[in-house]
Design a protein around this ligand. Structure first.
Ligand code: CAA
Length: 258
C-alpha cells in the first residue's frame, strides 16, 4: 500500500507507525485510518515483528476524528459508511502488543486510539481529553467504554461531560497511561520497551494479551455496540452539525438543544 498519511518503518523486531497529517494535528480521516489498519495488519502478519508502536508528532498524537470530513454527514450516511466500525476497529484485530507513544494533544478519537492500545507511554507534554461534548457529539470510538474501565466512572464522567483535559501526570496518576517520560525521550523509551517486549516469546505475548483483554471483553463488545448506535444518532442532531461547523468556522456554537 502507498502510504500518504502515515510513516512506517521497522526497528529490529518492532514495527513503528507514525501518524503524519501534521497540518491537521493528525486528525483521523478515513484515508489515515485505512492506512493505519493496513500497516497494523501487515506487522501483525509479519513473523519478524514482535511488537508495534503507534506515535504522532510533537504537538499532537492526534486531535480526534476529522471534523471537516464528517461535519455534513447525516445519520443514514454515517451508517452506510460504517463510520468507526469499518476501519477504526482494525486495531482490535491485532494480536501482537501495540504501544502508543503520545506527545501533545490526544483528543477525542486520538485519545480513544491511545486507549485502544495495550500500553500508553506519555511524554510530559501529552494532554488527554474527550472533548466531543463541545461539538454536541460523543466519544464514539470506544471512549465511553474504555475510559471508565481505565480511570473509573468519576474521572471518566468528568472528562466526558465537561471536556476536562488531563495532563500526562494526571493521566499517569489515574491509570490512563503506563509511564510518563520527558518529551525528548518519548520515542526511544517506547522503542526500548517495545524491543524488550518483542524479545519475549510471541505466542506467550499473544496469549497474555488475549487473556487480559478477555477480563471484560464480553461486556466491552456490548458497550461498544451501544456506543456506536448513540454516535450514529448524533448525526441526526442539529446541534452536532452546528457544533462541528462552529469549530471549523472558529466561532462559538449556538446550540438549540435539539
Ligand atoms: N478535525 C479536523 N481538523 C482539525 C481537528 C480535527 N479533529 N483538530 C484540529 N484540526 C485542524 C484545525 O481546524 C486547524 O486547521 P486550519 O489550520 O486549517 O485552521 C489545524 O488543525 C490546527 O488546529 P488549531 O488551529 O485548532 O490548533 P490549536 O493549537 O489552536 O488547538 C486543539 C489545538 C485544542 C487540539 C484544537 O485543534 C481542537 O480543539 N481540535 C478539535 C478536538 C476535538 O474536538 N476532537 C474530537 C473530534 S470528534 C471525535 O473524535 C469523535 C469520535 O469519537 C470518533
Amino acid at each position: 500500500m502507498d502510504y500518504r498519511n502515515i510513516l512506517v518503518r521497522t526497528e529490529a523486531r518492532v514495527g513503528l507507525v507514525t501518524l503524519n497529517r501534521p497540518r491537521q494535528l493528525n486528525a483521523l480521516n478515513d484515508a489515515l485510518m485505512d492506512e493505519l489498519g493496513a500497516a497494523l495488519l501487515g506487522f501483525d502478519a509479519d513473523p519478524a515483528i514482535g511488537a508495534i508502536v503507534i506515535t504522532g508528532g510533537d504537538k499532537a498524537f492526534a486531535a480526534g476524528a476529522d471534523i471537516e470530513a464528517m461535519a455534513d454527514w447525516d445519520c443514514m450516511q454515517v451508517q452506510e459508511r460504517q463510520f468507526i466500525t469499518r476501519n477504526w476497529e482494525t486495531l482490535r484485530q491485532v494480536r501482537k502488543p501495540v504501544l502508543a507513544a503520545v506527545a501533545g494533544y490526544a483528543m477525542g478519537g486520538g485519545c480513544e486510539l491511545a486507549l485502544g492500545c495495550d500500553i500508553v507511554i506519555a511524554a510530559e507534554s501529552a494532554q488527554f481529553a474527550l472533548p466531543e461534548i463541545k461539538l454536541a457529539m460523543l466519544p464514539g470510538a470506544g471512549g465511553t467504554q474504555r475510559l471508565p474501565r481505565a480511570i473509573g466512572k468519576a474521572k471518566a464522567m468528568d472528562m466526558c461531560l465537561s471536556a476536562r483535559a488531563l495532563t500526562a501526570q494526571e493521566a499517569d496518576r489515574y491509570g490512563l497511561v503506563s509511564r510518563v517520560v520527558p518529551d525528548e525521550q518519548l520515542l526511544d523509551a517506547a522503542l526500548a520497551l517495545a524491543t524488550r517486549i518483542a524479545g519475549f516469546s510471541l505466542p506467550a505475548l499473544m496469549a497474555i494479551k488475549e487473556c487480559v483483554n478477555r477480563a471484560d471483553q464480553g461486556a466491552l463488545d456490548e458497550g461498544i455496540l451501544f456506543e456506536r448506535r448513540a454516535l450514529y444518532a448524533r448525526f441526526a442532531s442539529a446541534d452536532a452539525h452546528e457544533g462541528m461547523h462552529a469549530f471549523l468556522g472558529k466561532r462559538a456554537p449556538n446550540f438549540l438543544h435539539r
